[in-house]
Design a protein around this ligand. Structure first.
Ligand code: ADP
Length: 327
């Protein structure tokens, strides 16, 4: 039988995402409700290895549900990739008597947790916090909805000036391996073309349609590109288009880190609260080395090792919607 969890640690790791604070708050308050001791670990696995840990109370997480970023800070930690680093982390937890971990992060953080839980008897539960939504097994990840809404707000503003001047605008959104932010924000802003890493783009078709628009003197066109698309982002796409449309005014806007920040949306606060609550319940019920996901609005507990990047999941239908609605 699994050992009873009495003292838990919570950390945020890897890329930050808006809503992580709401998840921390839920973990701390649910843990305290159940009579657990809850410890906040600073800067992800780095702070764990360096024993940068302090006890948390209910008021430690007051007034943070609406704040972006993470009060526990986050980091990337080289040592945790290696066995001696993970051993050091284990020794710190042992010394402090922490016997359960909640890891809020992306698939990299989960891969680290898988190794750690295979090597040591510290149960881990993951909460998917990533703006990219590229974790297999959950319809939601914390921060995605906020990032999409931030992108939508920015693209709407750019569209106003684009329309006023008859320009082609190429807007790059985040997503090195995943095109969900591009797809969702692009559809929601009526983009004519959306370029994502998961699907091949027929650049010839785009060029032909732009040349046709140029002939009709209606060269207004919004293209949303994920940073990891096959051409290598908005600047590269611009070069290709400019070569084929030498007279056109083609502008690029790279939205960058504004997509990571800001106050989380209602959806992100809600899923972070639910996931945080359920992560603690998992630890207490002995459901270990899983992450908490939401599928069809129900909580699911998925083995951490299955949280691999979810690449091939963008169907032809999505692309058809883009094409039909922009025509
Ligand atoms: P994210 O969790 O946002 O995907 P990273 O991929 O940078 O971000 O992972 C965060 C941290 O998790 C890394 O800095 C490292 O400490 C740990 N980690 C990631 N992958 C592994 C792995 N294969 N083995 C051990 N630790 C890992």
């Amino acid at each position: 039988m699994a050992k009873k969890v009495t003292k838990i640690g919570v950390l945020t790791s890897g890329g930050d995402s808006p809503g992580m604070n709401a998840a921390i708050r839920a973990v701390v308050r649910t843990g305290l409700y159940h009579g657990l001791e809850v410890h906040g670990i600073m800067r992800g696995y780095q702070g764990l290895i360096e024993d940068d840990i302090s006890k948390m109370e209910g008021r430690s997480v007051a007034n943070i549900i609406q704040r972006g970023g993470t009060i526990l800070k986050t980091a990337r930690c080289k040592e945790f990739y290696e066995a001696p680093g993970r051993k050091r982390a284990y020794e710190v937890l042992k010394k402090r008597g922490i016997n359960g971990l909640v890891i809020i992060g992306g698939d990299g953080s989960f891969r680290g947790a898988v190794k750690f839980s295979q090597e040591f008897d510290i149960p881990c539960v993951g909460i998917a916090g990533t703006i990219d939504k590229d974790i297999h097994g959950s319809d939601y990840t914390i921060g995605f909805d906020t990032a999409v809404n931030t992108a939508i707000g920015a693209i709407d503003k750019i569209r106003d000036t684009m329309d006023a001047h008859d320009r082609i605008f190429i807007i790059e959104v985040m997503g090195r391996d995943a095109g969900y932010i591009a797809l969702h924000s692009g559809i929601a802003t009526g983009a004519e073309n959306i370029l994502i890493p998961e699907r091949k783009t027929n650049m010839n078709d785009i060029i032909l349609s732009l040349q046709e628009k140029e002939r009709r003197k209606k060269l207004v066109n919004l293209i949303v590109v994920a940073e990891g698309d096959e051409f290598g982002g908005a600047n590269e796409v611009q070069k290709v288009l400019q070569e084929n449309l030498p007279k056109a005014e083609i502008r690029v806007a790279i939205l960058g880190h504004i997509q990571r920040g800001g106050s989380p949306t209602g959806i992100d606060r809600l899923i972070a609260s639910r996931m945080g609550y359920h992560a603690v319940e998992c630890l207490m019920e002995g459901r270990h080395n899983v992450f908490v996901g939401i599928l069809n609005n129900r909580m699911h507990y998925i083995p951490l090792e299955k949280a691999v990047k979810n690449k091939a999941n963008i169907s032809e239908e999505w692309m058809k919607i883009v094409k039909i609605l922009a025509s």
